[in-house]
Design a protein around this ligand. Structure first.
Ligand code: CU
Length: 278
C-alpha cells in the first residue's frame, strides 16, 4: 500500500495562494570596445536585459549556453575559429541554446529585451565585426554569466506585447502593421532552425535593393542602414520580447544566423524584409 501523507502534502502546497506576479527584474549589461560589464550571477526566470552601448562601435549581447557544459567548453565554441560553416557546426553539436539577448545598437543607444532564462552556464557574446572585419568576440568581447535556480514560487509576469513577429525558415511575419511609437514585440521562433530579429533603419530614400547592392559590394562606402536593436534568438519553439521605439520610415528585418546546411547567413536564404513604419 502506498503512503498517503506525501500526497496530502503535495495537495496542500499546490493549493497555497500564489503571490501576484510582478514585472521581470531588470539586469543591465554595459557594452564597451571590447568588453561587457554585467553581474556574474543572476536568478533564472523571465528577465529584462538592458544593454547600454558605451563603446564607439555597434554592439550586441548574444546570450548562449549549453546545459551541463563547462565554461571551457562554451568558450571553445563562442570564439569562432576556421571557416564559419565548420565553427557553426561545432556550436550546434555542443547543444548550445540561444534563449535571446539584446540586438545590435549603435554607440549611446540601448537595447532592451525580456528573455526566459533557465539555470545554467552562459556566455554573453558580441559577434559584430569591426571595420577590420574581426568579430568583437575575437577581440575579447565575451563574459561568463551564471544563472542560478529561482526560489520556488518566484515568477514574473510576461511583458504585455502589442505585436507578434514570427520567425521561420526563411521568413518574418508580423501580426499587424508596424506603427510609430514604442512597442513591445513578442518574437516567436517557429523553426526549424535558430533565428533572430535584427532591426535596422534604412537611410532616407534607401530601400532593400540599395542594402543588397551595398552587401554585394563587400560593404563598401557609407552603410545604408543603422541598427536599432532587435532580439538575438530565440531557439526553435521559444518566444521572447523586445521593446523598441520606431519613427516613421523604412526598416529592415534581418536574420544573420548561419544556416545549418551551408553556413550562409539566413538573409542569403531570403530572411530579409523591408518594413514601412507609418
Ligand atoms: Cu534565421
Amino acid at each position: 500500500m502506498r503512503p498517503r501523507a506525501p500526497i496530502l502534502l503535495l495537495l496542500v502546497s499546490a493549493c497555497s495562494p500564489a503571490k501576484p506576479a510582478g514585472p521581470p527584474p531588470v539586469v543591465t549589461i554595459t557594452a564597451t570596445d571590447f568588453a561587457f560589464g554585467a553581474p556574474d550571477t543572476i536568478v533564472a526566470g523571465l528577465t529584462t536585459l538592458r544593454m547600454v552601448n558605451n563603446g564607439r562601435e555597434p554592439h550586441q549581447a548574444v546570450i548562449m549556453g549549453a546545459p551541463g557544459k563547462t565554461f571551457a567548453e562554451l568558450e571553445g565554441v563562442a570564439i569562432p575559429k576556421g571557416p564559419e560553416a565548420e565553427w557553426w557546426r561545432q556550436v550546434l553539436e555542443l547543444g548550445t541554446a540561444f534563449p535571446g539577448g539584446p540586438g545590435v545598437v549603435i554607440p549611446a543607444d540601448s537595447s532592451i529585451v525580456t528573455v526566459d532564462l533557465r539555470a545554467g552556464n552562459y556566455m554573453i557574446v558580441c559577434f559584430i565585426p569591426s571595420p577590420d572585419r574581426t568579430m568583437h568576440v575575437v577581440k575579447g568581447m565575451f563574459r561568463r554569466l551564471v544563472v542560478i535556480p529561482a526560489p520556488s514560487g518566484a515568477t514574473a509576469a510576461e511583458p504585455k506585447s502589442d505585436l507578434t513577429v514570427s520567425l521561420s525558415d526563411y521568413a518574418f511575419s508580423e501580426s499587424a502593421p508596424l506603427t510609430a511609437g514604442t512597442h513591445t514585440i513578442r518574437v516567436e521562433n517557429k523553426g526549424p532552425q535558430l533565428h533572430e530579429l535584427t532591426i535596422e533603419r534604412l537611410a532616407p530614400g534607401k530601400t532593400l535593393a540599395d542594402w543588397r547592392k551595398w552587401m554585394a559590394s563587400g560593404m563598401q562606402g557609407e552603410p545604408v542602414t543603422v541598427p536599432v536593436g532587435g532580439y538575438a534568438g530565440p531557439d526553435k519553439g521559444k518566444a521572447g520580447w523586445v521593446t523598441l521605439t520606431f519613427t516613421p520610415g523604412n526598416y529592415l528585418f534581418l536574420c544573420y544566423v548561419p544556416d545549418t546546411k551551408d553556413g550562409a547567413p539566413h538573409f542569403v536564404h531570403g530572411m530579409v524584409k523591408q518594413v514601412t513604419v507609418s
